[in-house]
Design a protein around this ligand. Structure first.
Ligand SMILES: Nc1nc2c(ncn2[C@@H]2O[C@H](COP(=O)(O)OP(=O)(O)OP(=O)(O)O)[C@@H](O)[C@H]2O)c(=O)[nH]1
Ligand SMILES: [Mg+2]
Length: 360
């Protein structure tokens, strides 16, 4: 398999040559194409290798973001015979898709790296939830990739175009596609959003039909899929992440369904996901208008006239609060870390001075 068919380009080539010139090791480039818990599979131009991050890489990783994930381009050190390859280092990323870790508030969780497109999949059955779409759009914009909303299971809804219009109003400037993986309709529009060599990821709750869609695009039933029961909160049929090379050349990542998408990071995804509100706010009398009680507030006027729904404004404010709260949490965690480093440094300096005084 050529690296180009996996999305390799001149920038990566340059970064890799630079790495080679600084290292005496016989490193080989490849892309992480499968991730199952800590187990990574890296595809090189020759073959797929099971790979383990090197001790050096783990040692220098100060947070979760610095660890390898699906979609990453990496430099491998191959074993002399069979066995695992050593994942020596990550090549520079174009962006990462992250959410807040489900367990701890201070940890981000990597979903994928180097994405061009994030397909936010929502089922047109019972799964539809506008607030969830707004949240997912914010997370997707934060990754630096282009979001596309995919309304799946279009065969189960009698007025698909009305739903498409409704979702378009929630996602200004974002393409909204409706498709049925079961019937094979609407797939061409998705392929057009994922040209050859570009990487996309499917993001959506369990049971929305992500793997069914991949099977349909691959033109073979390669992935396991499973019916959703009426009382089901999601069965998590897919348990690992995998990158597929589709027949038309696009690259698509499927993974386990995700119910919660906590905001992570302080990127400007919120401003992009709610660009309509920001445009309105530019006309508020006060530049620091909070859209609560100030006179001359263009945002509240839009709510009063029905141009903006109250629910959408609430959703924006809620996500803003979540991001601000989280940013404070991160900065206090950052401060603690800083203090710890300072303490260690002071100790080292003291030891050094003491040693000097002793004359060693
Ligand atoms: N009617 C209809 N059913 C579909 C469609 N696409 C998928 N399904 C069904 O939805 C169920 C769940 O599909 P999966 O592809 O397993 O869903 P998933 O998103 O991969 O789920 P996880 O792997 O758990 O995240 C299966 O029974 C599919 O047959 C569709 O376009 N129309
Ligand atoms: Mg699946």
């Amino acid at each position: 398999m050529s690296l180009e068919s996996l999305g390799w380009g001149p920038d990566l080539g340059h970064a890799f040559s630079l790495l080679l010139s600084q290292s005496s090791l016989p490193l080989v480039p490849g892309r992480v194409v499968r991730q199952e818990r800590g187990l990574l599979t890296v595809q090189t131009s020759e073959r797929a290798w099971l790979a383990r991050p090197s001790g050096r890489l783990l040692h220098h990783a100060t947070d979760a973001e610095a660890l390898p994930t699906i979609g990453d381009w990496v430099a491998l050190l191959l074993p002399s015979g069979e066995g695992e390859a050593l994942l020596h280092s990550l090549l520079p990323r174009r962006g990462v898709l992250m959410r807040r870790g489900a367990g701890g508030e201070h940890e981000g969780q990597l979903i994928a790296a180097n994405l061009d497109v994030v397909f936010l999949v929502t089922g047109l059955d019972g799964n539809y939830n506008p607030r969830r779409i707004e949240r997912a759009l914010t997370v997707a914009w934060n990754s630096g990739a282009e979001p596309v909303v995919v309304l799946s299971k279009a065969d189960l809804h009698e007025d698909v175009s009305a739903r498409v219009l409704e979702v378009q109003s929630l996602s200004p400037g974002v393409p909204v596609l409706a498709l049925s993986a079961q019937q094979g309709t609407g797939l061409e529009a998705l392929r057009e959003r994922l040209p050859a060599g570009k990487t996309g990821a499917l993001l959506g709750s369990s049971g929305v039909g992500k793997s069914t869609l991949v099977n349909r695009l691959l033109e073979e039933a390669r992935l396991a899929t499973q019916p959703v029961l009426p009382d089901d909160k999601g069965r998590h049929t897919t348990t690992h992440r995998e990158l597929f090379v589709l027949p038309h050349g696009g690259l698509l990542i499927d993974g386990p369904g995700m119910r919660e998408l906590g905001l992570w990071g302080e990127e400007d995804g919120l401003d992009q996901a709610f660009a309509d509100i920001l445009t309105l706010a530019a006309d508020c009398r006060f530049s620091d208008c909070t859209h609560q009680r100030e006179p001359g507030c263009a945002v509240r006027t839009a709510v009063d006239t029905g141009a903006l729904t109250r629910e959408r404004l609430k959703s924006f404010e809620k996500l803003q609060r979540e991001q601000a709260y989280h940013a404070r949490q991160v900065s206090s965690a950052g401060k603690r870390e800083h203090k710890r480093i300072e303490r260690n440094l002071t100790r080292e300096v003291r030891q050094h001075l003491r040693a000097k005084r002793r004359g060693d």
